[in-house]
Design a protein around this ligand. Structure first.
Ligand SMILES: Nc1ncnc2c1ncn2[C@@H]1O[C@H](COP(=O)(O)OP(=O)(O)OP(=O)(O)O)[C@@H](O)[C@H]1O
Ligand SMILES: [Mg+2]
Length: 234
């Protein structure tokens, strides 16, 4: 299996603060990889470093064979990297359809991808004319993911999609991510270990701004000591 994304020893600063001090990870094409770690470990900063919102000062990021570190975020997005940020950045005053249309990168993206989006998230079809701000938390998360599916992305960076959602909604998101991972590669940040364990083939654990552990998810689920040490009472 070839590598879709490779992050090699990135160091990222926010202002004077040295936030990432050597994060490395590999995401094989067609896989779901989980990025785990406690609050403040550097998970979001890692995703933002990959997409170019907080560009790394050192290290290398290779997307589908090309080095992308240092390139502006809009260029990295155009290469086919979708980003679903924490806290679901949707437009609350715009309808579901308008939210999806604004996510187009090329004219006709929504027409091309609508079938997949509405197959994954039938609620969005039903609520197509409703304002984003009127949706439930789960529906807003679905819309946030759907927006990243409208353009032709090859890699999705998804930041804590289960945050604040009821278990039954989390299950729906799990089903959707599993389905979309058939066509796409996913780097998933999650605090919900149960969810990550259901989806991911491999994991990376960040601790204090660096990669502390990596391996097969099937091994991590059996390693309660490691889970307790790095992830708390999961
Ligand atoms: N704008 C900022 N200014 C200063 N420090 C920041 C800023 N953003 C993040 N940090 C710090 O960087 C570290 C990593 O933050 P990050 O948001 O990447 O963690 P995280 O693993 O995503 O945490 P969480 O699980 O809470 O979302 C934290 O110590 C945080 O306080
Ligand atoms: Mg975060």
């Amino acid at each position: 299996m070839s590598t879709m994304l490779s992050v090699q020893g990135i160091q990222t600063f926010i202002g004077q603060h040295h936030i990432l001090e050597g994060v490395s990870l590999e995401v094989p094409r067609g896989s779901i990889i989980a990025l785990l770690g406690r609050n403040g470990a550097g998970k979001t900063t890692t995703l933002r470093s990959i997409i170019g919102l907080t560009p790394p000062r050192e290290g290398v990021v290779v997307f589908d064979g090309a080095e992308i570190q240092g390139r502006p975020a809009y260029e990295i997005a155009q290469l086919g990297v979708g980003y679903v940020p924490e806290h679901r950045a949707i437009f609350r005053d715009l309808s579901v359809e308008e939210n999806l249309r604004l996510a187009e990168r090329r004219r006709g993206d929504l027409a091309r991808r609508g079938d997949l989006v509405f197959e994954l998230f039938p609620d969005l079809k039903r609520l197509i004319n409703h304002a984003g701000g009127k949706l439930s938390g789960g529906q807003q998360q679905m819309l946030a993911i759907a927006r990243a599916l409208v353009p032709d992305n090859r890699l999705l960076l998804v930041d804590e999609p289960s945050e604040g959602l009821a278990p039954i909604i989390v299950e729906q998101i799990v089903v959707a991510l599993r389905r979309l991972a058939k066509d796409m590669t996913v780097l998933l940040v999650e605090q919900n270990f149960h969810m990550a364990a259901q989806l991911a083939d491999r994991y990376y654990i960040l601790d204090d701004g660096h990669t502390a552990h990596a391996g097969l998810m099937a091994d991590l689920v059996k390693d309660q000591a490691l889970i307790t040490k790095y992830l708390g009472a999961a």
